[in-house]
Design a protein around this ligand. Structure first.
Ligand code: HEM
Length: 259
């Protein structure tokens, strides 16, 4: 773990060339400043060092201080010489090679925040449905898979049919939906659950474009099971809340696919 040089609550200035230290081989990195918005790291690469092509889920910039290198960014070749500044949008593939010794500052911006927003009223409605979901969870999720496999049979191949037959996947989904409903005002506490499910999704090749399918079938199942108790207000609130949850999963899964 590189050491952080600056305490972000204090003013600081330095001569960057004083911080440069080249290793015999490979890379030496020093985090100069890290706060909630960005991380600025000084990279010093020995001549000939190569960083293989990869992607990052965060926007990034490179500011070259000294030396010479070659950056391949989204298929374009960029010569890195002192004073060159490069912006690399999130998810753009990039890799580089230090032709000579090379020192640059890499700035990584904050993680992408979910765009979907739920208002206080939606939060209250969704939370108020948590006890109903606990009571009818298994029934709702069984119905949801029934609807989904009938309307979208192509997704069937991704699921274990024995877990469908014994109901274990229905109860895992019901638990997740219930946990979400009861913690929608404290998403941080759902991180471990999201992480576990996201890894499972990646193993099963779940893709972002499949989320609307599950959303549609889940809402239809809620309506089918709760009947008139599923008021328009409840369905609208769940529609919005689902979008937020889907975005949280999609972002986490994107990170795992890219890692
Ligand atoms: C916000 C929506 C979703 C929630 C809350 C959710 C929840 C879950 C949960 C709790 C599990 C079990 C994880 C474990 O093994 O512990 C799971 C597995 C899985 N999910 Fe999702 N999921 C969602 C969206 C989707 C989507 C869009 C798809 C794509 C069709 C999908 C496909 C799968 C598959 C294939 C598995 C593995 C199940 C098996 O092996 O049978 N999920 N999901």
């Amino acid at each position: 773990m590189p050491k952080t040089i600056i305490n972000p609550t204090q003013c600081f200035n330095t001569i960057l060339s004083d911080l440069i230290e080249y290793p015999k081989n490979g890379i030496l990195s020093k985090v100069i400043l890290k706060d909630n918005n960005a991380q600025n790291t000084l990279f010093c690469l020995a001549a000939g060092t190569e960083i293989e092509e990869h992607t990052s889920t965060r926007n990034a910039t490179i500011t070259v201080i000294e030396g010479k290198g070659n950056l391949i960014l989204a298929g374009n070749n960029i010569i890195l010489t002192p004073g060159v500044f490069v912006f690399m949008p999130a998810n753009a593939p990039h890799g580089l090679q230090a032709e000579d010794k090379l020192a640059f500052i890499l700035t990584l911006s904050e993680h992408h925040q979910p765009k979907a927003k739920v208002n206080q009223k939606t939060i209250e409605i969704v939370k108020s449905t948590a006890p109903i979901l606990k009571q009818h969870g298994q029934e709702i999720t069984s119905r949801m898979y029934e609807i989904m496999f009938e309307k979208y049979p192509e997704v069937k191949a991704q699921f274990s049919m024995s877990d469908q037959a014994n109901g274990s996947q229905h109860s895992r989904l019901a638990t997740a939906v219930y946990n979400y409903a009861s913690h929608i005002d404290d998403l941080e506490s759902l991180k471990a659950m999201v992480n576990k499910i996201a890894h499972r999704h990646v193993q099963n090749h779940v893709l972002p474009e499949q989320y609307p399918i599950v959303g549609e079938c889940l809402l239809l199942a809620i309506k089918d099971v709760l009947k008139e108790a599923a008021t328009e207000e409840i369905i609208t609130a769940w529609g919005e809340a689902y979008q937020l949850l889907a975005e949280i999963f999609i972002n986490r899964e994107q990170e795992i696919y890219n890692s």
